[in-house]
Design a protein around this ligand. Structure first.
Ligand SMILES: [Zn+2]
Length: 93
């Protein structure tokens, strides 16, 4: 889960570390949140999701999935700290 919900408000969370974007937004301001995060150096990219296996040829109908349908998070969110290359420590060069 990379978009957390706090009392109806949205907060962007990094996929790579526990960091989260400091601002929270109303659900209808999702696009604003993405734009603000990008402006602050976050990288938000659409994932390449694997195609769902088509089993209709085997069973003659679309597969049924038990329970609530789980949707994979379609976007990845990475904070500026995770995007930056590791800082050299103690380099004397
Ligand atoms: Zn991060």
């Amino acid at each position: 889960m990379t978009v957390a919900r706090h009392e109806g408000r949205l907060q962007l969370c990094c996929d790579g570390c526990p960091a989260s974007f400091p601002e929270t937004y109303e659900a209808e301001d999702f696009a604003t949140m993405i734009a603000d995060a990008r402006a602050a150096g976050w990288r938000i990219v659409k994932r390449q999701l694997p195609a769902e296996p088509d089993t209709r040829g085997l069973f003659g109908r679309a597969p049924r999935i038990a329970g609530p349908r789980r949707k994979p998070e379609p976007y990845s969110h990475t904070c500026p700290a995770c995007l930056a290359p590791a800082e050299p420590h103690g380099s004397l060069l």
